[in-house]
Design a protein around this ligand. Sequence first.
Ligand code: NAD
Length: 468
Amino acid sequence: MASNSLKPSVVFHSQKDNQYKLSNSTCKQRIYKLKALKKALSQTYKDQVREAMYKDFKKPFAETDLTEIYPVIGEIDHAILQLKSWMKPNKVNTPLSLLGSSSYYTYEAKGVCLILSPWNFPFNLTFGPLVSAIAAGNTVIVKPSEMTPNASKLMQTIVEDLFDSNEIALLQGGVELAQELLQLPFNHIFFTGSPTVGKIVMKAAAQHLSSVTLELGGKSPVVIDDTVNFKSTAEKVAWGKFINNGQVCLAPDYILVKENVKQPFLDELKNCLDKFYRNAEESESYGRIVNEKHFNRLAAHIENAKENGGNVIYGGETNAKDNFVSPTIITDLKPESSLLQDEIFGPILPIISFKKTSEAITYINSKPRPLALYVFSKSKSFSKKVLANTKAGSSCINHNVIQYSNHNLPFGGVNNSGIGRSHGVFGFQEFSNMRSVLKQHTKSPTEFLIPPYSGFKQKLIDFTLKWF
Ligand code: NAD
């Protein structure tokens, strides 16, 4: 049956009834499901995934392989290798005051979970968290974004092919469906999207005290000093900024480059973009903006920049017929320009220069804490100073964006850029309740400390306070 014909509350209750079966599932049973998902993405539906992404925003096949399919397969392989150890109870020491007992904690499934995902990496950001939820033994309702309809339709087919809806169900719909789902008392909500909607999700979660993971966005800076190799730095930044047409939560949002090397760095950056895309509108390696709304938002940013004295030194071309925005570099922006206020989430890169390191740090700290902060420098003390005096969800030194691909690193934001962590064991833990268990084997010393509190008992309490 199509999940869309199911009512959210009906699916929710069927999953609620089924949750203990899943939370008691074995490691082998969970791995079986993960392998089925891997096969679907890497074999059965691989070509359809590429086609869906091409239809949704002309995403090049190579980018779909690298940023939609590969990260989920990597996440699955890692979980398959590690799941047995993640599921093991963890013994801990017991203090002398609790003599005769032993203690451990274990990761049990949270129960019925909701995953709300965005459009910019639909497969990656829907199935990625789903891998962690399955590994942890949960039932899940998934609602992908309405803005990438081809991806959402295919994901529904895959989910229905692999899972019963009382275990995992994918419901398609827009804001109204998301809001209907958010009325339900989920045990955990995993949301990836904008900080604005993140606040709505957290408010709704508060009604039921559902726990939340919020994977949000923001303005991620790149700081470049004068010790770097311009060519390789420019190449890495150009790749990190313009992949997926700049529609990447982790993409460099703006560059802070040391004044004395601004020009050579910009020259290399322009060379790289010429090499990457030549004529971007004709290039098979360059995608499109997801829809008219986001195209208009980005076109308005470019107009606003020009009105605010911005100097478009590369690109700046747009074509509304095809939601095309060329790779664009803008310098000399006034601080009030919209590009320096809002998360850009598109192929426009503002350049700001600084003379002293403290200026760059002050600028970064004048904005909400970013999802990522990147530093390019050969000087250890420079990188150390920037990292020590700023906060960010993650950082990369001498590269950008790739920290996302290390499953051994927790991924997430801080305050405005998010709450909680995903990937690898951190994703497994996010979808688990850490349950503490203490087992009393013999008579407990605390039995000597129960009321009525006689003088002798007070002496025992004094002794306990002094020695244990
Ligand atoms: P969005 O917040 O508009 O939408 C995300 C999801 O929320 C969608 O499923 C959508 O249907 C739903 N939604 C939208 N409005 C809602 C409302 N009023 N109430 C309830 N649900 C609602 O985000 P988007 O435009 O799809 O994605 C772009 C944003 O996501 C950017 O800010 C980007 O930085 C962020 N992002 C973060 C990460 C990360 O891992 N931290 C990854 C990708 C994207």
